[in-house]
Ligand binder design. Sequence first.
Ligand SMILES: Cc1ncc(COP(=O)(O)O)c(C=O)c1O
Length: 390
Amino acid sequence: MSIPFSPHIRAVHSPPISEVKGWLATRPDIGLELIDLCQAVPDYPPAPELVTHLATLLDDPLTSKYSPDEGLPEVLAAVCETYRRKYGAQLEPDNLCLTIGASQAFWLAIVTLCQAGDEVVVQSPYYFDHAMALDMLGIRGVYAPFDEASAGLPSPAVIAALITAKTRAILLVSPSNPTGAIIPPETLQELYSLAQCRNIALILDETYNEFIPGGVRPHDLFTRPGWGEHFVQLASFGKTFALTGYRAGLLAASRQFIQHALKVQDSMAVCQPRITQHAVRFGLEHLDAWVAANREMMARRHDLFRAEFMQPGNPFRLSASGAFFAWVRHPWPELTGRQAAKRLVDETAILCLPGEVFGSGLEGYLRLAFGNIREEAIPEAVRRFRKMAA
Ligand SMILES: Cc1ncc(COP(=O)(O)O)c(C=O)c1O
């Protein structure tokens, strides 16, 4: 007899990336090099000057110690300065908590806001880790359906209709994982007003915000008087500075919100690792040009990917794309997304994610992280899709 596990955890699917990467162990050798469009990881290393800087800190005994739960004051100050330039925000350090990736920022936000039985309205297709966390916590995700005509952008009217007395938050991701769609500032403004009027939170995950073409300001929400009463932002430095393994995230919210969230932080992780904090500070203070160059490179990857993928004769259809991702319809109505993705890895050595991990009813789609591969590798990747029989 084995110990019983929580029914919530048993009901949650295993991590999709691990599942899909697990297929590699049994795939047939077809003589093609693998093209990995699965987990979103920039292919390039961190900036060399950042790595050199971190190396100088390893001898310092302080580097291996805890920091305050919210992070080191000088790192929080660097975030405030960056947010002033990027968002026009007048943040104070007590509006912030550095976290173990945007992933942990999400947990802080949700545990601070919700209890089991509450509801969160989530735009589909959603980021699967969000849905997994809600399920584990016994919080009901209420999913706004994917609308292909609007490339998955949220509709304030649809979202408004899903809000009930149990709703605690609206959860959005922009740029979206998986569609790449960038929510226009006016729509965010409308959704913020909706959250304000229903007295719930607008949680916005901006993990990919540095890949918005042109580096334009994603929104003005931080400039609204009293913004923190209804707005909570999750951010990641992992993709921005190619530091996904450093687990570098951020929660930005009202002072009161952060005070409660720090209870979660303390019991969950205590603090973001100090070495990560130094990396974040260095990046924010020294790497604007490096980040901008990568943003431009990503935009070129996107343009090339779209141009190649949309040439006539491709049995796959581009449904939406942007920032780091393409969301495509596969040509096999009889196959689920899992079966289609498995077929692609077995027959043409392309690894990607099945649509259904981003929401139910999305078996006809696949997510491709074109941001993972260099520009010169894109034509070959697209050629492999085009050669598949419909
Ligand atoms: C939308 C979204 N949020 C959060 C994360 C997690 O980011 P981090 O690595 O900073 O935890 C990801 C990672 O892929 C993501 O796509």
